[in-house]
Design a protein around this ligand. Structure first.
Ligand SMILES: Cc1cc2nc3c(=O)[nH]c(=O)nc-3n(C[C@H](O)[C@H](O)[C@H](O)COP(=O)(O)OP(=O)(O)OC[C@H]3O[C@@H](n4cnc5c(N)ncnc54)[C@H](O)[C@@H]3O)c2cc1C
Ligand SMILES: *[C@@H]1O[C@H](CO)[C@@H](O)[C@H](O)[C@H]1NC(C)=O
Ligand SMILES: *[C@@H]1O[C@H](CO)[C@@H](O)[C@H](O)[C@H]1NC(C)=O
Ligand SMILES: *[C@@H]1O[C@H](CO)[C@@H](O)[C@H](O)[C@H]1NC(C)=O
Ligand SMILES: *[C@@H]1O[C@H](CO)[C@@H](O)[C@H](O)[C@H]1NC(C)=O
Ligand SMILES: *[C@@H]1O[C@H](CO)[C@@H](O)[C@H](O)[C@H]1NC(C)=O
Ligand SMILES: *[C@@H]1O[C@H](CO)[C@@H](O)[C@H](O)[C@H]1NC(C)=O
Ligand SMILES: *[C@@H]1O[C@H](CO)[C@@H](O)[C@H](O)[C@H]1NC(C)=O
Ligand SMILES: *[C@@H]1O[C@H](CO)[C@@H](O)[C@H](O)[C@H]1NC(C)=O
Ligand SMILES: *[C@@H]1O[C@H](CO)[C@@H](O)[C@H](O)[C@H]1NC(C)=O
Ligand SMILES: *[C@@H]1O[C@H](CO)[C@@H](O)[C@H](O)[C@H]1NC(C)=O
Ligand SMILES: *[C@@H]1O[C@H](CO)[C@@H](O)[C@H](O)[C@H]1NC(C)=O
Length: 617
């Protein structure tokens, strides 16, 4: 599933309905060129009180010498890389400049594989200051921006330990990149040493796995394994594995650390619920085997407590479930000559009322709905993929009959495209096809907001009315939604650090503001502020005490400890202080990240181009 393509369908900066924003839009000539952030920006933000403690930065006297880096390279067996931006091939200021390679990049930039397989690229280059993008003009600037300074291309735990020890000793910022999918840029950072797990891609089929915790078939995957390879393994062995939607999202990295929603999660539990064992290098450099009996506290925390926090996961072992067939259905309805706004919203309301039944069925329904711009603005509800695991088409039809009956009563005739698939893999390929996109169609700049909606919001009539009216109001403001409907209770016997708000939720939804690369800093701040301080609070107002999914959320959530971790936060923080008292591992809004911030980011919100500092009060 291609999140940013979907997001761009939804919004494309549809904030214009708010008057102050439209005036800004009207004068939206970029005030910065494309590489609007100078890596070595001298802008000082005196925004914190207290004593400041910073990581060293290239150019500092304390920055490790070339000889010291060379020594690290020796220790890691020659696996140290000085990364070159992927798009350097488009810029004559780099020796890598190559017009033919640039052309290829322009045509394929939206294909995730390219950037996933690159040591320092991420999927949302905004967080690197968009400092080096493909371009038809070779004289446009290209700098490394918020990319790491060095990368260790790890394949062994010993290399990871060496990288951690070096970062700690030299006070260098440490980051972890797996696939670079993080939608908030948590796998990049200027002046850092990066542990790149992409090549830890071993997969082991364990048909007779047996411990006191779980006996049955299992699969062990290395830290770098991606979903495509994972699901193919399941297909090859006639089983079903729980994982996410997009073929290039990692299995063992940020996805499982954050909880992990899945098309089969309604049947088998969330991604992290299926982990039976892990291995990880802890911040003190020790490689440990984490099982429910040997390390119960780590076992609890590594499943839901967040990435880049307690160390580097090197492998996970997950349950394999029986093979299941899948029905996938796709359909949509929009306002038009025969469908008034009122009819559209009545149909939407009928959908909200049917949500508990969909969740109970174990399905994952993933519609988006949006305001369509144009001469006669309208609304569209697009069921991109209704994923019904272990169901035939007729079982799916029976589940949805009451809803479609109501649409018929409203005069809406909605053709459905339903297909039956013998296995999970083939259903998943139908529901979440790989996205191929050239650079020009790529919309990578998004400010995401999200919220978990308790099931009661769709059952209690007063709550339902508030939910319906709020979603309608937000859509009227020009925002659309991605709207995952699913049940998420903890499977029997499973206790982990997944956000408790997930457990009684029936819906997880996302909204986003987007902007074009090159948009002014002021405008980007305006869009981000609108999401953070106008839209997300509207969602919170109807879901008090609930939370958001840390992997797909507003990175600037004011009360992120509560929203992303809920009641688990104090327990996770205690473990963080024990395992990583020096905060060698950092990510924005990760456990224990209080007080840390990026200095000299050029004023661009959340961009990772500056030095990492902490205010010690
Ligand atoms: C197109 C798209 C589709 C998505 N679909 C889904 C989905 O179906 N379900 C879902 O739940 N989420 C989904 N997500 C969100 C996804 O879970 C997060 O982006 C997640 O952080 C990706 O993890 P990664 O390891 O692949 O990416 P990265 O960006 O490489 O890493 C993400 C975070 O985890 C840390 N990390 C990575 N590897 C390790 C490791 N081995 N040990 C410790 N920390 C590590 C990184 O430092 C970073 O903080 C999607 C995102 C995108 C962009
Ligand atoms: C620093 O603290 C002082 C006194 O509490 C306060 O007046 C000032 O606004 C603070 N400055 C910043 C940048 O927060
Ligand atoms: C690390 O060593 C290898 C092998 O000797 C070499 O190819 C590579 O360029 C070195 N990396 C750096 C950053 O110097
Ligand atoms: C990373 O290491 C793997 C395994 O040693 C190797 O195959 C690959 O070429 C390396 N990648 C880069 C970019 O150096
Ligand atoms: C798993 O157990 C079965 C039945 O006991 C046995 O036939 C098979 O060889 C075992 N497989 C492996 C890989 O050990
Ligand atoms: C690292 O921390 C773990 C967990 O606290 C501990 O078991 C291990 O002994 C430590 N290793 C070292 C080398 O201190
Ligand atoms: C609208 O309804 C009329 C009468 O039923 C029908 O002929 C026409 O095809 C419909 N138009 C659309 C766009 O559905
Ligand atoms: C339907 O809603 C859109 C978007 O809010 C609005 O622009 C349009 O005027 C409405 N149509 C009617 C007939 O009210
Ligand atoms: C619905 O979404 C899918 C997937 O993004 C897209 O291919 C399709 O064109 C959309 N349908 C409409 C009517 O917009
Ligand atoms: C799938 O459905 C079959 C029969 O309909 C049932 O026996 C089986 O338990 C179901 N599997 C799961 C995981 O729900
Ligand atoms: C919910 O809204 C509907 C339609 O506007 C209204 O008829 C109903 O009385 C409301 N119910 C509650 C409990 O507020
Ligand atoms: C939605 O907007 C209408 C019109 O501005 C307002 O009266 C109503 O209170 C809003 N409802 C909610 C739940 O925000």
């Amino acid at each position: 599933m291609n999140l940013h393509v979907l997001i761009s369908i939804l919004i494309s900066a549809q904030l214009a309905s708010t008057a102050d924003i439209s005036s800004l839009l009207a004068s939206s000539a970029p005030i910065y060129p494309i590489s609007y952030v100078d890596t070595r920006s001298q802008i000082l933000h005196q925004r914190q009180n207290g004593t400041e403690h910073c990581r060293v930065f290239p150019g500092d006297q304390e920055w490790p010498t070339d000889a010291e880096w060379a020594k690290l390279n020796q220790t890691v067996g020659g696996a140290l890389i000085k990364p070159v931006p992927l798009a350097a091939v488009c810029h004559s200021s780099w020796p890598q400049y190559d017009a033919a390679k640039c052309q290829y990049l322009l045509e394929n930039w939206g294909n995730h594989e390219l950037r996933v397989a690159d040591p320092s690229s991420i999927l949302y280059p905004y967080y690197q200051g968009a400092s080096c993008l493909p371009s038809r003009n070779p004289s446009t600037p290209c700098t490394i921006g918020g990319s790491p300074e060095y990368v260790v291309n790890v394949t062994t735990p010993a290399q990871i330990s060496a990288a951690i020890a070096f970062a700690k000793e030299k006070n260098v910022r440490l980051i972890v990149k797996n696939t670079g999918h993080d939608i908030s840029g948590k796998s990049t950072g200027a002046g850092s040493l990066s542990i790149w797990t992409h090549n830890m891609n071993q997969v082991d089929w364990l048909p007779n796995y047996s411990t006191a915790y779980y006996t049955g078939p299992a699969v062990r995957v290395g830290a770098g394994v991606e979903l495509g390879q994972y699901y193919q393994t399941a297909e090859d062995h006639g089983v079903t594995l729980v994982g996410g939607e997009c073929s290039t999202v990692g299995v063992a990295g940020g996805y499982l650390a954050g909880g992990g929603h899945s098309p089969s999660g309604g049947l088998f539990g969330m991604g992290a619920d299926n982990v039976v064992e892990l291995t990880a290098v802890l911040p003190n450099g020790t490689h440990v085997n984490i099982t429910p009996t040997t390390e119960p506290e780590f076992f609890w925390a590594f499943r839901g407590g967040g990435g880049s926090t307690f160390g580097v996961v090197t492998s996970v072992t997950v349950k394999a479930h029986p093979k299941i067939p899948v029905t996938v259905s796709q359909w949509d309805f929009s306002t038009g000559p025969n469908v008034t706004n009122a009819t559209f919203w009545a149909a939407f309301r009928a959908y909200l009322e049917h949500i508990p039944a969909i969740a109970d069925s174990g399905s994952q329904a993933f519609p988006s709905f949006q305001l369509i711009k144009g001469d006669s603005p309208g609304f569209r509800f697009n069921m991109t993929s209704f994923f019904a695991p272990n169901m035939t088409i007729s079982q799916y039809d029976a589940l949805m009959a009451p809803f479609f009956k109501r649409l018929t009563a409203l005069g809406l005739s909605v053709p459905q495209h339903s297909t039956f698939h013998e296995t999970y893999l083939t259903g998943w390929e139908r529901a979440f096809p790989k996205i191929k996109a050239p650079f020009d169609e790529h919309k990578p700049n998004t400010a995401t907001g999200s919220r978990l909606f308790p099931r009661k919001n769709f059952e209690d009539q007063t709550l339902l009315n508030n939910t319906f009216n709020t979603l309608k109001n937000i859509t009227d403001l020009g925002y659309g939604f991605f709207f995952y409907c699913q049940r998420n209770p903890a499977p029997k016997g499973v206790d982990n650090a997944i956000n408790p708000a997930y457990r009684d939720s029936a819906v997880f939804l996302m909204v986003a503001g987007t902007w074009e690369t090159g948009t002014s800093v002021a405008m980007i701040n305006t869009i981000r502020n609108a999401v953070s301080y106008q839209i997300v609070p509207m969602l919170k107002a109807i879901t008090p005490g609930s939370g958001a999914y840390m992997n797909e959320a507003d990175i600037r959530e004011p009360d992120w400890q509560q929203s992303f971790f809920g009641a688990n936060y104090p327990r996770l923080l205690a473990l963080k202080k024990k395992l990583d008292p020096d905060n060698v591992f950092y990510a924005k809004a990760a456990v224990g990240s209080e007080g840390w911030y990026i200095k000299d980011d050029g004023g661009l919100p959340e961009v990772q181009n500056g030095r990492l500092c902490q205010t010690v009060r």
